[in-house]
Design a protein around this ligand. Sequence first.
Ligand SMILES: [Zn+2]
Length: 128
Amino acid sequence: MSLPYPPFKPCPCGSGRSYGACCGPRHAGERPAETPEALMRSRYTAYFLRDTGYVRRTWHPDTCPSDLNLDAENTCYTGLTIHRAEGDEVEFTATFRADGRAGRMRERSHFARVEEAWVYVDGEVRGG
Ligand SMILES: [Zn+2]
């Protein structure tokens, strides 16, 4: 398995597990996310790693932006907190640095199952 991040290091999603036991196998296409929360975590880590392909593959085809390109971003993600995961919704806060300044974004995301796999549909930004 070839991974874009050292498998023994703590996973960037903050699960407390190593990348190789958490989001890594999902990025490698070896283990689909079992729950919306697991998908949310793996998408956060994909943003962290600027893995545009994974973010795109796990986005509902009807809502995925056609111009998505994480390489063009200057945002560095610094942390993820899951506040609530219930049914097909996950509410989280992601912290980041952009242009040398710290920021945070809180969002309630909606997920759906497409052909047995969870995908991200859309989200409402909650402020603060
Ligand atoms: Zn993870």
